[in-house]
Design a protein around this ligand. Sequence first.
Ligand code: HEM
Length: 469
Amino acid sequence: MSGFTLHCLALLMASVTTYVVFVTVHRLFLHPLAKVPGPKMAAISGLYMAYYDLVMLGGMVEQLEVLHEKYGKAFDEIYRSKFTKEAWFYDPFLAPESSFACVDPRKAKIQKDILRPLFSRKAILKLENVIQRGVIITTYCFAQSFEAIDFPKFQHPMIISLDSSGFMIFLMQHFPFVIPFILGIPRWLARLISPDSLEMQFFLKTLEAQIDKILANPTMLESEEHPTVYHHLIGADVEVKVSKKALQDESAVLLAAGTDTVGNACMIGTFHLLSNRPLKDKLVSELRAAWPDLDSPLSLEKLEKLPYLTAVIKESLRLSHGVVSPLPRIVPFDTIIAGIPVPAGTVVAMGATFMHNNPKVFIDPKKFDPDRWLQPNTTELEENLVPFSKGPRSCLGVNLGWAELYLIFSNIFRKTDMELFNTTYDISHELLAYFRLLRNNREDDIKFSAYMTPRYRGKQRVYAKMLDN
Ligand code: HEM
């Protein structure tokens, strides 16, 4: 190596070292947030979080519990705010024109307002027959069924794909420079590195083909059995023109947003009910009394009036949390949070898990206890139940989510009998997460096995399958 090269290398190393020392000193002592209590490593570098997200496979939520215990917390104040979403977190969802990942609050509101009528309570009641038939999200939103629950062990490519997306999203968040590579990766290489990601591409292509067909011939919407997202986004009477990319982004996001969230709440609730016989018996006897004749479905409005069923759903939502990863927001102006001055531009985050596991509000928070919702005054509990988030960026599908949960829990527990088997794993302490509750393909994923016996063999189809490991 020539003397000149060595000289250049030395200069480069000196520059990097000076930069690192400067940034470290600045962040530790001079930064406006330097006095905020917390681990020094986290103050110095984002690699602290990357370590928990990527190496500890979604362990940041658990670590935050530890940090909150040590340093205190301020999440409830953030929930009440109107802070904007942070691009760092939302860009890797690769759907910037969807109402979920669009960080511009004005644009997101326009798109949400267009879709809102499809997800209003009135629309849900009107389309109740679609929801009663099952296979909800794809039929309700796109008038298409991917028959995901007909696959053995529910291993539909789309579900596998959704399951595997968590790690990739976290990877893209911490190392955004990989995004162009991931987007441009040839199929053969993707098959080698992450075969599951191809399944997602297949499903997105199916939606794209549907979008192309509708864009080429919007009148075909008239022949659909019921309104879909496309009627609202491209229908003849739509005032705001929505791009093809926005249609694709929105479709992908609606499917993801409405699948695991509902699924996790069902899984958590079912597991706890099966683990605790008296709770299950209470639910079943309430359902039997309200719904004696299984040959005709019980309407959503009647189900909503059942107190124990409602309490079971609230408790299932509380312990499944909705979105598990804390949701980051940018503080738009200088403000004070938990007594700490926070300058404009700071990223803060709110996490449902910390609300739902707060022992000051939910006594014995890890316990699945539907009766806590049947006490005379539950105002404080209601205020602290945030699975759908709060404020202007809260869930668009909240009414649909609730409707699905009422119909799923009632149908499953009224029409089948289930019993746990081969289940030893205690899920009550699980908090690790990639956005949602499960960790991917790990031994300690939340899963349980149950024998399911149909109680009803009448006119309606019952999806009764035996799960095993
Ligand atoms: C139990 C069911 C559900 C739960 C617990 C849930 C939870 C949430 C949460 C916590 C957020 C806020 C995310 C954030 O701030 O980044 C959210 C947003 C969203 N959800 Fe849901 N969701 C559920 C069902 C659904 C359904 C069925 C749909 C529609 C098909 C849906 C569509 C959306 C959309 C579009 C957003 C983005 C809203 C925005 O950013 O302004 N969700 N959901």
